[in-house]
Design a protein around this ligand. Structure first.
Ligand code: ARG
Length: 407
């Protein structure tokens, strides 16, 4: 028998994949990846067995997800069209785990339960191509004949697959870094999401604002309110508290890799808070050139993740550059949460490039009455005259030709 390793989520589609692949003559080994989503893994394992899986792995990938995927992306502040990439970031890690198990099990086939219209098929398959191009990919959803969810349910029932999950009209993907929600009435962009669509956030205008302080060391958040905390605990806490203020909610129209526009809701309270906090600290400690360039990298890197190129060499090179910019991203950020809002209301760092004595307008520097002090030494206001003169030279010249421009 041909062994196949299936990325199994436990939902209707992948449960049917197990049975369908079995009927096609494969020995199915299902892999359940724990990326911090709410799930009863033992129950899902039973479901996979009931669908015909020969073996089920439950892989706890949370630590790797945080250290090798979430934190590097936070340092880059990777983003795609305003989406903070939770689902997109999880896929390459699941793909990597599938390859690991395929090698362990000496399997030559791998499978996913993604639709032919979506992004995730691309992410799985490009990752597999990079990690082991010899693996053969089977994508049942691009091949089988089921057209509706009802047809799938009927097939599941006929084949004794334990389908005790509640029927949801939405397609929901969740991990530690965020939740993605699509389908159902959301497919009409005119429809406002009903309050019960949201999974981990709620909006309560009566709630009093809350303050948090996060300390970063070399670009990594390591303390909450002055207490050391693991990244995992921090993310869980921020999702909880940020979720109460509906922080990190987004309702986006995005451009899928396959050229289709789609509407998706996102909830990522922890990611939203940490991105904002991290960025604020960077504005305080990085010079303008690095900040400008990092902004370009954030878009480029976000695009790589979205487009399924997590494992490409270029991404590794970007990581090295970004790491080299994080040495001085150390300091504390004070955050105020209020209904639907996350504001940075305070920031400090021992590496701050902000100098109050330079920035202030209050002291008459360089005037007749001012005493010589460090401010005068570091910023000569009189020199600004020459600075502007030279800066304006090209514009002055063009104005001579056209006489005085019309105002
Ligand atoms: N649009 C997001 C992405 O491409 C999420 C896709 C999965 N969404 C879902 N609700 N199952 O990363």
């Amino acid at each position: 028998m041909k062994k196949i390793i299936l990325a199994y989520s436990g939902g209707l589609d992948t449960s049917i994949c197990v049975k369908w692949l079995t009927e096609k003559g494969y020995d199915v080994i299902a892999v359940l990846a724990d990326l911090g989503q709410k799930a009863n893994f033992e129950l899902l394992k039973k479901r996979a067995i009931s669908a015909g899986a020969k073996k089920v792995y439950i892989s706890d990938l949370k630590k790797e997800f945080i250290e090798d995927f979430i934190l590097p992306t936070l340092k880059v502040e990777g983003v795609y069209e305003d989406y903070l990439l939770a689902t997109a970031l999880g896929r390459p890690l699941i793909a990597k785990e599938i390859v690991k198990i395929a090698h362990q099990e000496k399997a030559s086939y791998v499978a996913h339960g993604c639709t032919g219209k979506g992004n995730d098929q691309v992410r799985f398959e490009l990752s597999w191509k990079i990690l082991d191009p010899c693996l053969e990919v089977i994508a049942p959803l691009r091949e089988w004949k089921f057209k509706t969810r009802e047809e799938e349910i009927e097939y599941a029932k006929k084949n004794g697959i334990a389908l005790d999950f509640k029927k949801s009209v939405y397609s929901i993907d969740e991990n530690l870094w965020g939740v993605s929600i699509e389908c159902g009435d959301l497919e009409d962009p005119w429809n406002e999401p009903s309050a019960n669509v949201w999974q981990i956030t709620s909006l309560n205008y009566a709630l009093k604002p809350a303050y948090l302080e996060i300390y970063f060391d070399k670009g990594i958040p390591v303390k909450l309110n002055n207490k050391k905390i693991t990244t995992q605990e921090l993310i869980i806490k921020l999702n909880k508290i940020g979720g109460k203020y509906a922080v990190g909610r987004k309702d986006l129209i995005e451009d899928r890799i396959v050229g289709i526009k789609s509407r998706e809701l996102y909830e990522a309270p922890a990611a939203e808070i940490l991105y904002k906090a991290h960025h604020c600290l960077e504005t305080l400690t990085l010079d303008k050139q690095t900040l400008d360039f990092k902004h370009l990298i954030s878009l480029k890197y976000g695009g790589l993740i979205y487009n399924g190129l997590w494992f490409c060499e270029f991404k590794k090179a970007l990581d090295k550059f970004v790491d080299s910019t994080q040495e001085k991203i150390c300091g504390t950020v004070r955050i105020k949460l209020s209904a639907g809002n996350c504001e940075i209301v305070g920031k400090k760092s021992k590496y701050s490039l902000y100098k109050k004595e330079l920035a202030t307008y209050h002291r008459p520097i360089g005037g007749k009455d001012s005493k010589p002090d460090c401010c005068q030494a570091s910023f000569d206001q009189k020199a600004a005259e020459g600075f502007i003169k030279i800066l304006g030279t090209p514009y002055e010249k063009s104005n001579i030709k056209n006489q005085i421009s019309k105002i």
